[in-house]
Each structure stands twice: as structure tokens, then as C-alpha cells.
Design a protein around this ligand. Structure first.
Ligand code: MN
Ligand code: MN
Length: 302
């Protein structure tokens, strides 16, 4: 059941868990920014982030997304991935949870030195959105602030990617928070709501579509399976409590077959890499925040 269905207002005890997840997130992002460099292996980098989340007392809400250039989101290294960072525009999107309460935030690091303006457009879009947030404001108003800011800087927002609500063990809850001014988004924010805002700016057309890489999944249905090798993989997947996971985290000598079977049965769903349709480069900035009477508290910002 989603937060919107039960119309729940977060208690102070719950908000403290969001704050604790946010503190860990801030530390991870600082270390991730310091560590990245051209020539580094992406799999080693992802494992560093995975391990630091646990060392700092959190859990992964989803595998670190490391998406390059025209990829907007949902790339993450495969097991023993040989890729290394080049002079890329790199989006690092990290999810940390404490008892299921999530801090979701992203930054773009331009290793090429040529995309300052693009990175700034997503950052300024996020700032404008955060400045708009307070109780009583609609999600449409947030989208309008993002779109106006990004277009005024000469770029396009990615129109089919959105921010979202957060609730316990649910990393994409209602409401959707658009990156464009669209009247279809009219949820009114309340004190204590927890949302992630994530503007994507591009020098392309401003739409993404599914690419070919499939590595991030989540369980969406409880259903027993009788085939032993599939059940062995499902048992590992159930440990994630519905949060997203990477295929590289699972162990099985028939992993690919088991994943195909679980997806076919509707037990798991995949999040393929999202790629800008016209090949434009993409920058993303994201913070998680708690709505207050006259503004918001950004949990992922120090
Ligand atoms: Mn994110
Ligand atoms: Mn998000």
C-alpha cells in the first residue's frame, strides 16, 4: 500500500530515520566526488560505494546508478565490469535507507571539462525547485520552476523523467514530481511529506527511452516458485524487501535463466538503462526533502 492510499503523515520518529539516511548519503557523496577519476574501473567504484553505505550503518535503497553521457539513469556496473571512466559526463545516483526510510540523491561530475553549463542547468533547476517547495504548493509549480530555469539556461528538461514521493521500503511512491509545467500534476504538498526532486537537463530533445543494458531489478509480487534453481535466486531477492537490487549482487550458476523466469512470471521487474532519444548529453541533480510549513528540510544536503 502506498503512502498516498493511506494518506499517512510521517511522525517525528520516522522523519528522524529519513534524516539519519540523509546524513549517510551526504558522506557517501562527498567520498564519491573525491574518489572518482579518469581511468578508474566503474565496478570497483560501485563496490566502494556499496560497501561504504553498509560501513556507515545504512542499507542500499537501490544499486548506485553510474550513468554516462547520453545515458540519463539506471546504468550500474555488471559483475566484473571492465569499463573505466573516460572523459565522461557521469551521473552518480545513490539511495541509502535506514529501516526502509530512504535518502535519494544524485550529482553530475563532468570529467570532460566541457559540460559545465549543462551540469549547472540541472543544479540550478534543482535549486529553483527547492526554493518553490512549501506546504500548499502543487507538484505542477515545482515542475514549472525546473522547466523555466533549465530552458532559460539554454537546455531542455527531460520531459519523461520525474521526481517522486518516498515511503518506507518504497523508492518510487506518489506523488510524481515533474520536471515540466504540466497541469496533470496537481498534488498539493503537506507538512511532513517526503519527496525526491530530480531535474535532468539535456542538450538533446528532452526525452529518454529504454536502452539495452539490464542490471537493476526489484521484486513487485510475492508468488512461490517450485523450480529449485529459481527458488534459490528468489530467496536472495526477498532479502531486499522490495527495494531495487543489482543482478551482480546475486549468486547462482543459472542466474540469467532464473532472472528471465522470474521476470516472465511477473515477480520481478527490470529498470533498463534510460538513454536520451536524440543522443543528447544529460546532467542530473537530485535531493530528498521533507516539506515544512514555510519551506523544506533537505536531508541529502549538508
Ligand atoms: Mn535517485
Ligand atoms: Mn529519485
Amino acid at each position: 500500500m502506498t503512502k498516498s492510499e493511506i494518506n499517512q503523515i510521517n511522525t517525528e520518529e520516522v522523519l528522524d530515520k529519513y534524516r539519519a539516511a540523509g546524513k549517510i548519503h551526504q558522506q557517501i557523496m562527498k567520498e564519491a566526488r573525491d574518489k572518482i577519476k579518469v581511468g578508474m574501473n566503474v565496478y570497483e567504484y560501485a563496490r566502494f560505494i556499496d560497501e561504504r553505505i553498509i560501513e556507515l550503518g545504512g542499507g542500499s535503497a537501490f544499486p548506485v546508478n553510474i550513468s554516462m553521457n547520453e545515458e540519463a539513469a539506471h546504468d550500474t556496473p555488471l559483475f566484473n565490469d571492465p569499463r573505466v571512466f573516460g572523459e565522461d559526463v557521469v551521473k552518480i545516483d545513490v539511495g541509502v535507507h535506514v529501516d526502509g526510510y530512504i535518502a535519494d540523491g544524485a550529482m553530475t561530475i563532468d570529467l570532460s571539462g566541457k559540460y559545465d553549463g549543462l551540469v549547472k542547468a540541472s543544479e540550478e533547476g534543482l535549486k529553483a525547485a527547492i526554493d518553490t517547495v512549501k506546504a500548499g504548493v502543487t507538484t505542477q509549480a515545482i515542475g514549472a520552476a525546473v522547466e523555466d530555469t533549465i530552458t532559460s539556461l539554454g537546455f531542455n528538461p527531460v520531459r519523461n523523467l520525474m521526481g517522486h514521493g518516498l515511503s518506507q521500503y518504497t523508492f518510487h511512491d506518489e506523488p510524481s514530481v515533474p520536471n515540466i509545467n504540466h497541469p496533470g500534476f496537481n498534488t498539493v504538498l503537506r507538512v511532513g511529506d517526503t519527496i525526491a526532486i530530480e531535474p535532468f537537463a539535456t542538450d538533446g530533445e528532452g526525452f529518454v527511452e529504454n536502452g539495452s543494458i539490464k542490471e537493476i531489478y526489484s521484486q513487485i509480487k510475492m508468488k512461490p516458485t517450485r523450480v529449485p534453481f529459481v527458488r534459490k535466486v528468489l530467496n536472495q531477492i526477498q532479502e531486499f524487501n522490495g527495494l531495487a537490487f543489482a543482478k551482480r549482487w546475486l549468486e547462482s550458476d543459472k542466474l540469467d535463466l532464473a532472472m528471465i523466469q522470474l521476470e516472465r512470471e511477473g515477480i520481478i521487474t527490470c529498470y533498463p538503462v534510460l538513454v536520451e532519444v536524440s543522443g543528447g548529453f544529460v546532467a542530473q541533480s537530485e535531493h530528498t526533502l521533507i516539506v515544512t510549513e514555510d519551506g523544506c528540510e533537505v536531508t541529502t544536503r549538508g
